[in-house]
Design a protein around this ligand. Structure first.
Ligand SMILES: [Zn+2]
Length: 320
């Protein structure tokens, strides 16, 4: 599978981006696609409705490498990454956020390469005060997909600059999809994890995700003015401003649809989901309902709706 050879080839015709600059070292065949000079991508074998073609594990550098998002705990993916690394030094194993499809392989890859795992913090780090309060009120513990055992060797903070073999990497805290979510700036490019994807909107599932934080992170990423976004899943985003604007408008549209659906009277998140997502496959309604609840909590926080009892899947929401 490819992070998107077509786009890479379009973006830089004649640059000769190809599979794996390095040999496979006698192990698994190298399945890394070079998507920019000094940047390779190995797609994990975990395709699905929420992961697209699979998780993108980025291998950054030529002689001294960083890995961004090791991916799921999968022996085939570990073998593919080690083949791509091909014995070269790894300075950092960076994790954008503690979801299993991004972080679970981190300790194994760190042990295999000797590089530290670097991330914002342990699972649950960076959770907003609002979500901490709602979780304490019973909104639910960490949801499925969260890597509850995740614990980085080194914690990163917003504004930190990492010196890597591929030049400086700027650390940005971009909570919303998950409280601990980081983006990494590299020249004009941004590694954005699950905050921006070209093929799908992002799940924001309370109390792990926070819609108010997510919208603020989108605005912050837009302000960077990046020339390309490298996402956690799917192809590179070649027009960041347009894609971030579209995602922002999509969220504002959902918010308007929720407020309109509440005009006749109170409703639960489930009822609103059925009304708003009627043209979406029912298999995705569970994820959709979590997004709707995220919007409702944000609207309640902005005093535009009220919830009875406290915001949650059983609460009835009414226009304030
Ligand atoms: Zn995620």
């Amino acid at each position: 599978m490819s992070c998107d050879k077509a786009i890479a080839n379009q973006a830089a015709p004649g640059n000769g981006f190809a599979r794996c600059m390095a040999g496979s070292g006698g192990g698994a065949a190298c399945s890394m696609d070079m998507i920019a000079p000094g940047l390779g991508c190995v797609v994990a074998p975990n395709p699905g409705p929420l992961t697209g073609p699979g998780t993108n594990s980025y291998v950054l550098g030529r002689t001294r490498l960083c890995v961004i998002d090791p991916g799921p705990d999968d022996a085939r993916h570990l073998a593919a990454l080690l083949a791509a690394i091909a014995g070269r030094q790894v300075s950092h194993v960076l994790v954008s956020h503690a979801h299993l499809d991004h972080s679970a392989l981190a300790p194994t890859l760190a042990a295999a390469t000797g590089a530290p795992v670097c991330a914002f913090g342990a699972a649950g780090a960076g959770r907003s005060a609002l979500m901490q309060r709602l979780a304490a009120q019973g909104l639910g513990d960490m949801g499925e997909g969260v890597d509850a055992a995740f614990a980085p060797d080194q914690t990163l903070r917003d504004g930190q600059v990492l010196q890597t073999g591929a030049g400086p990497l700027q650390v940005m805290h971009t909570p919303g999809h998950l409280g601990d979510h980081l983006a990494f700036g590299w020249g004009g490019a941004l590694f954005v994890g699950d905050t921006v994807m070209g093929w799908s909107s992002s799940i924001v599932s309370p109390p792990d995700g926070d819609m108010g934080q997510y919208m603020a992170s989108l605005a912050r990423l837009a302000a960077v003015g990046a020339t390309v976004l490298y996402s956690g899943h799917g192809a590179p985003v070649a027009d960041p401003a347009a894609r971030i604007a579209a995602l922002t408008a999509h969220r504002r549209g959902r918010e308007a649809a929720i407020l309109a659906a509440l005009t006749p009277g109170p409703a639960t998140a489930a009822a609103l989901t059925a009304a708003i997502y009627h043209d979406t496959a029912q298999s995705l309604w569970g994820a959709a309902q979590r997004n709707v609840l995220a919007h409702l909590i944000d609207l309640a926080d902005r005093n535009l709706v009220t919830a009875n009892p406290a915001p949650g899947h059983d609460a009835r929401f009414v226009l304030a």
